[in-house]
Ligand binder design. Structure first.
Ligand code: COA
Length: 212
């Protein structure tokens, strides 16, 4: 196995090597142009918009176009050259189609920390894909990228995502009260994190393998 530059002595994390992480149900790999319609559809899904805090009303959540616009295509078209973050398409191995994304972002080099976020559209949810994708990218972050800490925020009205994160090893750190307003109701945001020192983690342990 060829190690990314981060695993060679003295080097920092190599964010420019965009890996493919293979599990039994999903493949995480860099975005390709053929993924754009699928990721556009996932990003416009009302449930995704509500649960990620990207919409504040049902009307807003129902109103997003699934057709990728120029800004979206430019964003996903440049993810391969992003020097300080990792954006991977989640591909359903049963169909070969992109169903969502898994992202390590907000990298803080001094603290060897970053943020994690993920979303899966309706075609991929509730079949174990998110659980596997989360474990794969988190293991990659804590091992190959040598991050010390990965943090995330999940809204209190999203127990499914919280369950997925807890299964991957994230622990609750605290609650930001009334952090989101949706349809006039106040929703708490739960902060979670996982540390490299929380336990022995490996790509093998996540049931996956990776290659640059
Ligand atoms: C959150 C998300 C990534 C999870 O991926 P997924 O593939 O749907 O989830 P999985 O099928 O792998 O696992 C879901 C787990 O939650 C559990 N679950 C489902 N609904 C639940 C609920 N209402 N309460 C508690 N647990 C629930 C399932 O039983 C399963 O746990 P298990 O494996 O122990 O049985 C995906 O659903 C998604 O992107 N949703 C919309 C956007 C979103 O919420 N993004 C995250 C924002 S923080």
């Amino acid at each position: 196995m060829t190690l990314p530059r981060a695993d060679r002595a003295g080097a920092g994390p190599d964010w420019l090597t965009k890996p493919s992480l293979r599990g039994t149900r999903v493949l995480l790999r860099p975005f390709e142009e053929r993924d754009f319609p699928a990721i556009g559809e996932a990003l416009a899904d009302p449930e995704v918009l509500r649960l990620t805090g990207a919409a504040h009303t049902t009307e807003e959540a129902n109103g997003r176009s699934p057709v990728p616009d120029d800004t979206m295509m430019a964003w996903y078209g440049t993810r391969r050259s992003a020097p300080d973050r990792l954006d991977l398409a989640i591909v359903d191995l049963a169909t070969g189609n992109c169903v969502g994304e898994a992202v390590l972002n907000d990298y803080n080099p001094a603290n060897a920390s970053c943020n994690f976020r993920t979303l899966i559209g309706p075609r991929g949810r509730d079949r174990g894909l998110g659980s596997e994708a989360t474990k794969l990218i988190v293991d990659y972050g804590l091992t190959a990228l040598r991050l010390h800490r990965i943090e995330l925020t999940v809204y209190a009205f999203n127990p499914r995502a919280r369950r997925v994160y807890e299964k991957a090893g994230f622990r609750v750190e605290g609650t930001a009260r009334d952090a989101l307003r949706f349809d006039g109701a106040w929703i708490d945001a739960i902060h979670m994190s996982i540390l490299a020192t929380d336990g022995v983690r490996s790509l093998t342990g996540a049931g996956g393998s990776w290659r640059p």
